[in-house]
Design a protein around this ligand. Sequence first.
Ligand code: URA
Ligand code: SF4
Length: 214
Amino acid sequence: MGMAIGAAPQSQAWSLIPQRPTLPSLRQAAAGCQACQLWKNATQTVFGEGERQAEVMLIGEQPGDREDLVGRPFVGPAGKLLDRALEEAGIDRRKVYVTNVVKHFKFEPRGKRRIHKKPAAEEIAACRPWLDTEIGVVKPRVIVCLGATAAQALLGRTFRVTQRRGEFVESDLAPLVTATIHPSAILRAEDEDREAEYARFVQDLGVVAKALRR
Ligand code: URA
Ligand code: SF4
């Protein structure tokens, strides 16, 4: 593969994208993706899920243990918390498309458990065609990046979720783009902080709910 110095490597995944992609044809193509190493140890590709007409796209980091086994995004503990927060914020779950910047679970075995590992920049870049095409097909009004991995992949490496969460930022990706913390970070928070973290998360989603009503 020829590559200019300084240019981003072209992901092999681009060659798998159907000419006129639909969500079902994309999902099917992504099931066979081997554009980075992560498919090898994971159970399956976990593609995004939701209506093509979804107004909101929520973008996480990568599937977790549960998602890897079930084959659907945000069905584990973080997903449960997310569902509850969306409802509390007044966002109809049926209007939401959920996906991840990386479509295979990256983990390290620790005894019988599989511990989540942060995806590398090359893996995020390799997987990007799937996300870019999902965004192109769904054309959401609002994109919400969940956590630093998604936010920095989509809004730049210097983006700081902690400083800019809950505000709309300039981006070509969608008319409205924002970021907040990852629901897993709330689950990992110390007991005494968790309730406040959750409340702030709902508050950030509330900003999205309000924008959707306009
Ligand atoms: N965390 C994510 O970022 N995505 C999922 O799908 C599940 C947990
Ligand atoms: Fe392909 Fe993404 Fe899976 Fe890597 S993580 S093999 S790029 S679907």
